[in-house]
Write a protein that binds this ligand. Structure first.
Ligand code: SAH
Length: 216
């Protein structure tokens, strides 16, 4: 694994930026992001820019999220070590790696076969392995492994995937962008009881769309 002194230095600068400019104060999130070599999750032509706050194209016309978005979603999720976390949209595997570094037991689902293959290999190589990786449609969640302490959705859904709320434990939280393809609002749902949820709003974002079915 090529994680040089230079990469580590740039990564520390990114962490400083996430703290000072983005306003991330959860030290566990900052430490987890400092532990994951983001440059190894993107194509080598972008390697020099891996520690700038930028999104990049990955396989299957998808994108790896901005580091600030990963930091904000991770902070909003309030992960405690040992939590069972379901991620929808494995993509490059970067966000999953950050969750593993936070001590979570990660269950992650991806609908694009190329990305499922890439992320499985990458996370194994880096020894940041989720508990379970699934090639499937995240709208269904992972009923066999439910309930989860946390759910994080890294693609923008036009309609609320109610199945995912069902798979949350009482007291559990789900962070999800909801809205039209050109802009979504980031929400956090907290499950108060089987039928009651608290809903909080955290500003506008642009994620790739959450789509039905799988794609080989
Ligand atoms: N967490 C990723 C972000 C990738 S972009 C990362 O850190 O790189 C969002 C991902 O969600 C894409 O890879 C896309 O294919 C996937 N996606 C979209 N709809 C989905 C669905 N219904 N089920 C599972 N994955 C989905």
């Amino acid at each position: 694994m090529n994680d040089s002194f230079l990469h580590k230095g740039k990564r520390r600068q990114l962490i400083q930026y996430l703290h000072d400019k983005v306003g991330i104060i959860d030290q566990k999130v900052l430490d987890a992001m400092n532990a994951v070599p983001r440059h190894l999750f993107i194509e080598s032509i972008f390697e020099d820019f891996a520690y700038e706050d930028r999104a990049f194209p990955i396989a299957a016309s998808q994108t790896i999220s901005h580091p600030s978005t990963v930091a904000e979603q991770s902070e909003l999720l309030h992960v405690t070590s040992g939590d069972k976390v379901l991620e929808i949209g494995t993509g490059s595997g970067y966000q999953a790696a950050v969750l593993v570094a936070l001590g979570a037991q990660v269950y992650t689902v991806e609908r694009q076969k190329d990305l499922f293959d890439f992320s499985s290999r990458k996370l194994r190589e880096l020894n940041l392995k989720p508990k379970f990786q699934s090639f499937g449609d995240g709208f269904a969640g992972l009923p066999t492994f439910a309930p989860f302490d946390r759910v994080i959705v890294t693609c923008g859904a036009e309609i609320l995937p109610t199945e995912l709320l069902k798979q949350l434990k009482t007291g559990g939280k789900m962070v999800i962008p909801l809205g039209k393809p050109d802009e979504q609002i980031l929400y956090r749902f907290t499950k108060i009881s089987e039928k009651e949820f608290e809903k909080e709003e955290f500003g506008a974002y642009k994620f790739v769309p959450m789509l039905n079915n799988t794609h080989k």
